[in-house]
Design a protein. Structure first.
Length: 126
C-alpha cells in the first residue's frame, strides 16, 4: 500500500486514528514525493529530523519515481489538471500506486477518484 501525504500529516497533528492506521498498515510504502512534501512543510530542521525518524521507525519503504511513473503522471496531468485540478505531486503519487499495483491510502479520495485503475482506500481522520 502507498500511504498518501495527508495521513502522515494527520499523524503529526496527533490524530489517534492516523497513528492506529499507520501502525496497522506497517510495513507500507510512500512515494518519494510524499517525503519531499513533508520535508518541505517542516518549520525547521528539528521537524525535518522528526519526519525522517518517523519514516524510519514505521519501516516505510520510500518508492522513488521512475521513468514509467513519470510518463504516467504526465498523462494524468494532461488529462485531469484542467478538468479536476490534479496537481503534479498527486499525479506522481497516483502513478506510483498504479505502477506498484497497490492501493493508495488517502483521506483525499476526491484528489484521485477520477483516475482509472487506481485502487483507493479511504482514511477517515476523525
Amino acid at each position: 500500500m502507498i500511504v498518501d501525504t495527508d495521513i502522515l500529516i494527520w499523524y503529526f497533528r496527533k490524530s489517534k486514528a492516523a497513528a492506529s492506521e499507520l501502525l496497522n498498515a506497517a510495513p507500507f510504502s510512500i512515494s518519494s514525493i510524499t517525503l519531499m512534501e513533508l520535508i518541505q512543510g517542516a518549520k525547521n530542521k528539528r521537524e525535518q529530523n522528526n519526519i525522517m525518524k518517523l519514516i524510519d521507525v514505521l519501516g516505510a519503504d520510500i518508492v522513488h519515481v521512475n521513468d514509467s511513473m513519470s510518463a504516467r503522471a504526465l498523462q494524468y496531468v494532461k488529462e485531469y489538471s484542467l478538468s479536476h485540478g490534479l496537481t503534479i505531486a498527486d499525479a506522481l503519487i497516483a502513478a506510483t500506486a498504479y505502477d506498484k499495483r497497490t492501493e493508495l491510502f488517502t483521506a483525499n479520495t476526491r484528489h484521485f477518484k477520477f483516475i482509472p485503475g487506481i485502487a483507493l482506500r479511504k482514511f477517515k481522520p476523525i
